[in-house]
Design a protein around this ligand. Structure first.
Ligand SMILES: *Cc1c(COP(=O)(O)O)cnc(C)c1O
Length: 391
């Protein structure tokens, strides 16, 4: 099919039942019935394609998978119970004891725990490198390295890495490049088209976009995704529920317009914060002052929905801004129609050693905003109330 991504987001994976529904049906069934003993045998042997059991195939989940695969420009996709189980399914599906991962040090905290604690005890080691230090990436690769893993832009500092350059480094050493594309989504960035081998998603964030369901996905070539990732899922079972899949693919239908609107609001907020006398520094890839602004504008269609900023003051002042809010919700989640704020040093990054936290730029005066779709004037007014107090 030669559709553009915006069209795939709406029609990808659509299959009409004999009822003639316009909006996709949900199939909340754990198993599937066969016409005959012979058909059951053929399904189980793989001689006849078709559904057997919803741990590994379900028509609603398949619509989500086909739609997201088309949007990322990937051959295949596996939906999973959460973003974390997408990462777990990929790693346990593909890696063996003795294998090695090189990862950006600026990744989602729980992903770090998964790598260091749970993969670590299976004998799969991880080396962490600074996201934008390409020499460090290359130097950390060992003969047993199988994968390079990153998020870009990073959370919460919004550093941007050159995916194409990292793909070249990975492939020169026979490694796979895995990108967690949670912050940009395929509406703003398509890592597979830049040379990445696999894309991870927490569907919980922008793909849903309205904070309703937890889910995840792995996208990539059929040879890797179907055999290794779905193979793991089929046996070990962290599967996506059909109801959640339905919520997610209905979310995908509006993803392009939502990501443009999130980005427009985020850029306006970042510009307003930059001019505010109570603000010390703003981190947003869409601002010309961002250190990788040019790369970001080449690699992404827009700056995305996350803005971080340092206020002039300390932790008490940062908390004062948070506690003065009347509309913006205080939560560590992101990618919602509602604007959300978090104080990373005492929430998402509170378990990081203070020295490492400071080295990563996560100071006590840093706040992170996941910019929602409310009127930008109301978002500014809500933040302005607290900011005006610390001037
Ligand atoms: C939230 C998140 C995850 C984990 O996803 P869950 O759906 O919460 O399991 C992974 N990576 C990134 C970048 C995230 O923001």
């Amino acid at each position: 099919m030669t559709w553009s991504e915006e069209t795939f987001a709406i029609h990808g994976g659509y299959r009409r039942t004999p009822e003639g529904e316009n909006s996709e049906a949900i199939f909340p069934t754990s198993s599937f019935a066969f016409d005959s003993a012979a058909q059951a045998a053929a399904r189980f042997s793989g001689d006849e394609p078709g559904n057997i059991y919803s741990r590994f195939t379900n028509p609603t989940v398949r619509t989500f998978e086909q739609r997201l695969a088309a949007m990322e420009g990937g051959e295949a996709c596996v939906g999973t119970a959460s973003g974390m189980s997408a990462i777990l399914s990929l790693m346990l599906g593909m890696l063996e004891s003795g294998d090695h991962i090189v990862s950006s040090q600026s990744i989602f905290g729980t992903t770090k725990v998964l790598f260091s604690k749970y993969l670590g005890k299976l004998g799969i080691d991880t080396t962490y490198v600074p996201l934008t230090d390409y020499d460090a990436w290359a130097a950390a690769i060992r003969p047993e390295t199988r994968m390079l893993f990153l998020e870009t832009p990073s959370n919460p500092m919004t550093d941007v890495a050159d995916i194409q350059r990292l793909a070249e480094i990975a492939h020169a050493h026979d490694c796979l490049l895995v990108v967690d594309n949670c912050f940009c989504t395929p509406a703003l960035q398509q890592p597979l088209k830049l040379g990445a081998d696999l894309v991870i998603h927490s569907a919980t964030k922008f793909l849903d976009g309205q904070g309703r369901c937890v889910g995840g996905a792995v996208v990539g070539p059929e040879s890797l995704v179907e055999e290794h990732v779905r193979g793991f899922l089929r046996t070990c079972g962290p599967s996506m529920s059909p109801f959640n899949a339905w919520v997610f693919f209905k979310g995908l239908e509006t993803l392009h317009v939502r990501m443009q609107a999130h980005s427009a609001n985020a850029l306006a907020l970042a510009q307003w914060l930059s001019d505010h006398p109570a603000v010390e520094q703003v981190f947003y890839p869409g601002l010309p002052s961002h250190p990788q602004h040019e790369l970001a504008m080449r690699q992404q269609k827009a700056g995305g929905g996350l803005v971080s900023f340092r206020i002039k003051g300390g932790r008490g002042d940062a908390w004062k801004v948070v506690d003065s809010l009347e509309m913006i919700h205080i939560t560590a989640n992101l990618g919602d129609t509602k604007t959300l704020i978090t104080h990373p040093a005492t929430t998402t990054h509170s378990r990081v050693e203070p020295e490492a936290r400071l080295a990563a730029g996560i100071t006590d005066n840093l706040l992170r905003v996941s910019v929602g779709l409310e009127s930008i004037e109301d978002i500014k007014a809500d933040l302005g109330r607290g900011l005006d107090q610390i001037r």
